[in-house]
Design a protein around this ligand. Structure first.
Ligand SMILES: [Zn+2]
Length: 67
C-alpha cells in the first residue's frame, strides 16, 4: 500500500508548515523555497510556497528598499 503523502519525504504537515511570506499559503511540499537574509545582524528565513511567490516578493523587497 502506497501512502501518497510519503512521496515528499518530509515530516512536515500542512499545519506545521511555515506560511508563505507572499501569499500566506502554507509553504509546503516540493515547490517550497526558503530565502535566508540578514536583518539587523540577525539571520532570518523567509518561506515561500513556490518560485513565483519568491520572485514576486524579492521584486517587492528590492523596490521597497530602493530610495
Ligand atoms: Zn505563496
Amino acid at each position: 500500500m502506497v501512502d501518497p503523502t510519503s512521496d515528499l519525504g518530509e515530516d512536515l504537515t500542512e499545519e506545521d508548515a511555515p506560511r508563505c511570506a507572499w501569499c500566506e499559503e502554507p509553504a509546503f511540499g516540493v515547490g517550497r523555497r526558503v530565502v535566508t537574509r540578514v536583518v539587523n545582524g540577525q539571520i532570518e528565513h523567509v518561506h515561500f510556497c513556490g518560485d513565483a511567490c519568491r520572485t514576486a516578493w524579492q521584486r517587492d523587497e528590492r523596490e521597497a528598499t530602493h530610495p
